[in-house]
Design a protein around this ligand. Structure first.
Ligand SMILES: [Zn+2]
Length: 176
C-alpha cells in the first residue's frame, strides 16, 4: 500500500529562508516506483530549499546505488548514482508544469510531492547503455558464466531457425 505524503514538502511548514530535507529512497520507494530501468535501489535524497519572492527553489542531490541489469551479460549489478538537479516552484493560480525544471503550484495546494521528481531524476541519471564496469586491468567484470550461457543460447537459436526470407524465396522458386 502506498503511504501518502512521505515525500511532500508543505510550504506553510517552511520556517527558515533556507532549509534542508533528507529522504531515504529505499525498499518502499522502489516497491512503489518499479521500473524496467532498475531492480531495486538505495538512494539518499538531500533537498536544499531556498525561499524566493515568487516561490521556492529546490536543489536536489541524489546519491546512492541502483541495482540495474547489465545489457551484456543480463546479470544484476550496482550502479552508483550521484546527481544534482534544480527545481523552481512558483506560486500561481493553478498547478501546472511550466518547464522541465519549473513548476507552478496553486496557493490552494501549497505543497509539492517530490516522489515523481525523484523517479524522473533517477531515470535521467542512468546511462542508456548499462554494462558491468571494467576492473583496474581494463577487463570486463561481466558474469562470464552468464555470457557463456547466452552465447550457447544464441548459437542454438541460429541453427534451429532458418531465415524466413529464405523460405519465401524458396516458395517463389518452387512455383517457377
Ligand atoms: Zn555484465
Amino acid at each position: 500500500m502506498k503511504k501518502n505524503g512521505e515525500y511532500v514538502i508543505r510550504f506553510s511548514e517552511l520556517k527558515e529562508d533556507t532549509e534542508t530535507f533528507e529522504f531515504d529512497l529505499g525498499k518502499t520507494f522502489f516497491q512503489d516506483n518499479s521500473s524496467n530501468n532498475w531492480e531495486s535501489g538505495n538512494v539518499g535524497a538531500n533537498v536544499d530549499i531556498t525561499k524566493r519572492p515568487d516561490g521556492i527553489s529546490l536543489d536536489l542531490q541524489l546519491s546512492g546505488e541502483l541495482t540495474v541489469i547489465c545489457d551484456r551479460c543480463l546479470d544484476a549489478f550496482p550502479y552508483r548514482i550521484d546527481t544534482v538537479q534544480r527545481l523552481y516552484v512558483k506560486h500561481g493560480h493553478e498547478t501546472m508544469e511550466l518547464d522541465d525544471d519549473v513548476v507552478v503550484v496553486s496557493r490552494d495546494e501549497n505543497q509539492i510531492d517530490l516522489e515523481g521528481y525523484f523517479y524522473e531524476y533517477l531515470v535521467l541519471a542512468l546511462p542508456v547503455k548499462r554494462t558491468h564496469p571494467e576492473d583496474s586491468n581494463g577487463e570486463s567484470t561481466c558474469n562470464s558464466q552468464m555470457l557463456n550461457k547466452l552465447e550457447e543460447h544464441i548459437i542454438a537459436e541460429d541453427t534451429e531457425k532458418t531465415d524466413p526470407r529464405w523460405d519465401d524465396l524458396k516458395k517463389l522458386m518452387d512455383k517457377n
